[in-house]
Design a protein around this ligand. Structure first.
Ligand SMILES: Cc1cc2nc3c(=O)[nH]c(=O)nc-3n(C[C@H](O)[C@H](O)[C@H](O)COP(=O)(O)OP(=O)(O)OC[C@H]3O[C@@H](n4cnc5c(N)ncnc54)[C@H](O)[C@@H]3O)c2cc1C
Ligand code: SF4
Ligand code: SF4
Length: 685
């Protein structure tokens, strides 16, 4: 455990400067102990709420200088106190560090800092001066020594992360206040440029992201979070309606080639980033269409096919080649990719096999039995699926909701959904549950299947048992327990289990070893596997999660692959490391474990705490969140037409105007890691 030298974080002063090293207080932000990366550790951290020193060699005055300089570079220039204040703080601090400071400079720092805090119009300006003022208050003697010595001090280099509560919660760390601001001023193309820095599928993600950013939005403390997700969709749809095609640099044929296995969000995102860096990149995709679960999982009433295809075409136009209908492990082997001259491989094969229910008859091959992901895949590929009679969907997650709502649209007479826990424990997004209910899905809670009943090889019924809730299990949710003797039979024509997915590891057999969970093992952060030229990310590494987690994995893996191909150790972007640190210092984001009942986070099971849970944001009058226009229920169930219709321009602008621009700045001083940490990192998978 790291010991604190000093902390002013959150106005709680811990001063161990005169305490022997072995008696110092331990940092109460446990994760700050994380190694910043394999070769460096955190020596000190400075942010919107103060500063924390873990190593006494850290120069907090120089850190304050770097902090003020960084703040002055990102000011939006709209309020004088922030625009001029940050620059003046940096100027004074530079003078002191040059050996030309005067004692009255400390009074000047305090005056300018307090003015910024009081008069700035957004949190960047309000908070930028806080750590600087803290250094003046608590390291006054160090300032005075510096001023009296009149010796110039060498400047250090620091890692800097611009963040906001929403941006830290977004797995791709998009500059949300930045792109929302662009929409406010109808600079929609600038908005998309910002979004594409982290997300190559803005129209897709702007429709179906699970948006943990909105859970963390500060506006939510005042009235309701900003529609961060749907504002991206607005800009993406606007680009399509303007017929604009983004300008992209193209690849350099002289650079080493990279191969991607799987054209889902993780693979597309990795390929997109590599192509933007100039690497000729080829995606090998087993199916006749690219997009992974966005293409063959999510139904078109949530994500129209043309939206995805348009964005896949943009990825292709960056220079990415996509070879469809080519399953690695069957049509080609991993060895064939090396033989064809690819120098690095990214594996993004997702989790496409359905988990078993463990009930009698499910492996018998009965007609009328359709694992959920198979059912949705065939439906999305316009292949025949059943659509008559009574269907029962088993499961309580979003995949189950997608199966149920799609079944209604296909024309089944009755659509039933059975779930073994109660409504309160359902992992599906509450809006999805409500929509399914309004559209006509019949829910059976505290009910579980026990046996499939078939006649002449065809499903005719499903035996179910009533459940009751016992003590909480490892996931924190109450464990469902069968009620003895409560079995009953429901006549059905089709049964669709949708209780989770697992990874088909077969393409990698003989190449990599799976983890005990059957996932692809990678080193923390770099996404590098035990074969240093093979990287992996997305659902095949984490188990089933979300589009934005997969896109973020692709971004990070591309960065690591670029380093590897340039002969440097694989690593992940500093920005991601900085944001992770920010989340630790918060406290920030907790993923509720056990979304799928196996200790893995499930869709919509993200619980996000805000930076300052007790903060009073009450600065503005309440302004309601703008409502999303939707198709009326009676229209929806007749077809697969998109349910959400998108914001009209004036609504998007009104929504963007609600944003409080909660920018914050974080600065990290690092020191070389001891050799043991490097060794530790090497075995962390
Ligand atoms: C029905 C459903 C609805 C969902 N809804 C949402 C949602 O609303 N919001 C959200 O954020 N997330 C949602 N998800 C989760 C999300 O789709 C996934 O987390 C995400 O797609 C994972 O991306 P990936 O690239 O890792 O894997 P995938 O999207 O699964 O892509 C993997 C790709 O690899 C290909 N592949 C597999 N094996 C091979 C091989 N051997 N050779 C070549 N290619 C191969 C597959 O065909 C596939 O195209 C949903 C998932 C499902 C199943
Ligand atoms: S108000 Fe704006 S900047 Fe602040 S957390 Fe919400 S979206 Fe982010
Ligand atoms: S990608 Fe998702 S999490 Fe990130 S900003 Fe957009 S909606 Fe939020």
């Amino acid at each position: 455990m790291a010991k604190l030298v000093f902390s002013s974080w959150g106005n709680e002063i811990i001063d161990n400067r005169n305490v022997p090293a072995d008696q110092r207080t331990e940092a109460n932000q446990p994760s700050i102990l994380l190694d910043f990366d394999p070769s460096s550790q955190v020596a000190a951290f400075m942010g919107w709420n103060g500063f924390i020193v873990l190593d006494e060699t850290a120069n907090v005055i120089d850190m304050a200088r770097a902090y003020a300089e960084a703040a002055s570079q990102v000011t939006c220039n709209r309020c004088t106190s922030c625009r001029i204040g940050g620059a003046v703080l940096a100027q004074i601090l530079n003078r002191i560090l040059d050996g030309d400071g005067e004692e009255e400079d400390l009074t000047n720092l305090e005056y300018v800092g307090e003015t910024m805090k009081r008069n700035s119009m957004c949190t960047l300006g309000e908070t930028a001066a806080i750590p600087v003022l803290d250094t003046v208050k608590h390291y006054r003697q160090a300032y005075l020594d510096l001023i009296r010595n009149r010796e110039p001090v060498e400047r250090g280099e620091y890692k800097i992360a611009y963040t906001a509560p929403c941006a830290a919660a977004c797995p791709a760390h998009l500059d949300i206040p930045g792109y929302v601001e662009h929409i406010k001023h109808r600079r929609d193309q600038d908005c998309l440029d910002v979004v594409r820095e982290g997300v190559c599928l803005p129209g897709v993600i702007g429709r179906v992201c699970v948006h943990p950013c909105e859970e963390a939005c500060r506006r939510g403390k005042l009235d309701y979070p900003i529609s961060i997700c749907r504002l991206k969709r607005f800009a993406a749809d606007d680009e399509v309606s303007r017929g604009y095609w983004p300008k992209l640099p193209g690849v350099d044929p002289a650079k080493p080639k990279a191969a991607i296995i799987g054209g889902g969000p993780a693979g597309l995102s990795c390929a997109w980033n590599l192509a933007l860096m100039g690497y000729p990149t080829t995606i090998f995709e087993a199916l006749p269409v690219a997009g992974g679960m966005a293409a063959v999982g999510i139904p078109p009433y949530r994500l129209p096919k043309d939206v995805l295809q348009h964005e896949v075409d943009i990825v292709k136009s960056a220079g990415v080649e996509i070879v469809l209908n080519t399953r690695i492990g069957k049509d080609l082997l991993v060895q064939d990719l090396w033989d064809r001259g690819y120098k690095a491989i990214f594996v993004g094969i997702g989790a496409h096999s359905s988990s078993k229910m463990g009930v009698e008859g499910e492996d018998a091959g009965y007609e009328g039995f359709w694992p959920g992901v198979e059912f949705l895949r065939e439906l999305n590929l316009n292949r025949p699926v059943p659509n008559k009679g009574k269907v029962v969907i088993v499961g309580g997650g979003n995949v189950a909701m997608d199966c149920a709502r799609s079944s209604l649209r296909l024309g089944f007479d009755q659509v039933h959904l059975v779930y073994r826990r109660s409504r309160a424990e359902m992992p599906a997004n509450p809006e999805e549950i409500e929509d399914a209910e309004h559209e006509g899905v019949v829910f059976h809670f505290l009910t579980n299947p026990t046996r499939l009943i078939a006649k002449d090889g065809k499903v005719v019924g499903l035996e179910l048992i009533k459940m009751e809730l016992g003590e909480p299990d490892a996931s924190g949710r109450r464990r469902p327990i069968p009620v003895k003797g409560s079995e009953y039979i429901m006549d059905v024509d089709v049964v669709i289990p949708a209780i989770g997915q697992v990874i088909d590891f077969s393409p990698l057999e003989g190449v990599l070893e799976p983890t005990r969970r059957g996932t692809v093992p990678v080193k923390r952060g770099s996404h590098q596997t035990s074969n240093e030229a093979i990287f992996a990310g997305g659902d095949c590494v984490t188990g089933p999660t979300t589009l934005i987690e997969a896109l973020s994995a692709g971004n990070q893996a591309a960065y690591a692959i670029d380093r590897y191909l340039r002969g440097e150790p694989a690593d992940r972007p500093d920005d991601y490391k900085g944001q992770d640190l920010v989340r630790c210092v918060g406290p920030y984001t907790t993923l509720e474990e056990g979304g799928d009942g196996r200790g893995r986070p499930g869709l919509h099971h993200l619980e996000v705490e805000r930076y300052e849970p007790d903060e009073d944001v009450g600065v503005e009058a309440q302004r309601p969140r703008q409502a999303m226009p939707v198709l009326p229920v009676e229209e929806r169930v007749k077809s697969f037409a998109e349910v959400e219709l998108g914001f009209p321009p004036e609504t998007a602008v009104r929504e963007a105007e609600r944003c409080l621009r909660c920018y914050r700045l974080a600065l990290v001083a690092v020191k070389p890691a001891p050799v043991e940490a490097e060794k530790r990192e090497a075995v962390k998978v």
